[in-house]
Design a protein around this ligand. Structure first.
Ligand SMILES: NC(=O)c1ccc[n+]([C@@H]2O[C@H](COP(=O)([O-])OP(=O)(O)OC[C@H]3O[C@@H](n4cnc5c(N)ncnc54)[C@H](OP(=O)(O)O)[C@@H]3O)[C@@H](O)[C@H]2O)c1
Length: 276
């Protein structure tokens, strides 16, 4: 069992990962910025843009492995949190020889050359994709690191961000457009957490696609989750193609993760059918 530091413990992913890591017997420190979660492990308030604070925390706790989740597509200073935060974590990890698992995204791709394997070069089309692509380049400077490229994260116990946004908009009678031409491999948060913890314990380094086995459109995915959460009414819901400002087909090639990981990565239909 290891000493883990999980940045972004208060994230959707972190609120699942921290309790599972504690239950697996790890000693877990985690960080939050504005939203202190109530969960096992030891939480620390941290602004990851503050280089001195990041170094102090990491030097004080000397984790064996850092799981770097902080820095999503949400928040007003998103690009700085991703770029500066990753840089600060990276250099502390590098200095102390700490293994680093970094969470990246399929949104680093334009979506015009799917499926994407781990050798695919980022072709971002928006600010989030550009920041996460830059973060990958930063992380690659540290030899003992893993870049986990994942897709839309969802769970069956706590509603994911996307479904929550849709549910609120529909409840308020606001228009919601589901994109029919954006293809993704949504990943069940429990299997993503298991894969991350497996990677923490093994010696794999480099880029790894970790996502659900089933590729489907964002529209089909959204409708399956709206059904699962029994969200009505839907009279302001439409399905239509999106334009090129957004990544289109970002299907990830999962052959390497299937070979490297013991953790199964079921697709949406498989996860939902087991939940019935
Ligand atoms: N959600 C998805 O579908 C998805 C898909 C692909 C990849 N990912 C990746 O998975 C990871 C987790 O995503 P998520 O959606 O679960 O995240 P999230 O729920 O949006 O949470 C974002 C996290 O970043 C933290 N944060 C924001 N500003 C910060 C700052 N200045 N200093 C320190 N921490 C700060 C937040 O802390 P507070 O809330 O406490 O302020 C929170 O823990 C991210 O790296 C994301 O890129 C997510």
């Amino acid at each position: 069992m290891s000493r883990l530091l999980i940045t972004g413990g208060s994230s959707y992913l972190g609120q699942h990962l921290v309790p599972l890591a504690v239950a697996a017997g790890h000693m877990v420190e985690y960080t939050y910025h504005q939203n202190q979660p109530i969960m096992p492990g030891t939480g620390h308030q941290l602004d990851i843009r503050d280089e001195t604070a990041v170094h102090s925390l990491i030097h004080a706790h000397q984790p064996e492995i850092i799981l770097h989740l902080a820095g999503s597509n949400r928040g007003s200073d998103m690009a700085a949190v991703i770029r500066q935060g990753t840089s600060h974590v990276l250099w502390a990890a590098h200095e102390l020889g700490i293994r680093l698992i970094h969470l990246s995204t399929d949104s680093i791709f334009a979506g015009d050359a799917a499926p994407y394997d781990e050798t695919a070069v980022p072709t971002p089309v928006n600010a989030y994709g550009r920041a996460k692509a830059d973060a990958e380049a930063i992380v690659q400077q540290h030899p003992n690191s893993v870049i986990v490229r994942t897709s839309l994260i969802y769970g069956l116990a706590q509603m994911d961000h996307g479904t929550r946004w849709m549910a609120e908009a529909l409840a308020n009678g606001e228009p919601v457009t589901l994109f029919s031409n954006q293809i993704r491999n949504p990943v069940w948060v429990n299997s993503l957490c298991a894969a991350i913890l497996e990677l923490a314990d093994n010696s794999f380094t480099g880029i790894l696609n970790v996502a659900g086995q089933q590729a489907l459109s964002r529209a089909d995915f959204a409708l399956k989750l709206l059904d699962y959460w029994q969200i009505q009414p839907r009279h302001t819901l439409t399905v239509a193609p999106s334009d090129r400002r957004w990544p289109l087909n970002c299907e990830l090639d999962l052959r390497l993760s299937t070979a490297v990981l013991h953790t199964p990565l079921p697709g949406v239909d498989s996860v939902l059918s087991q939940a019935k």
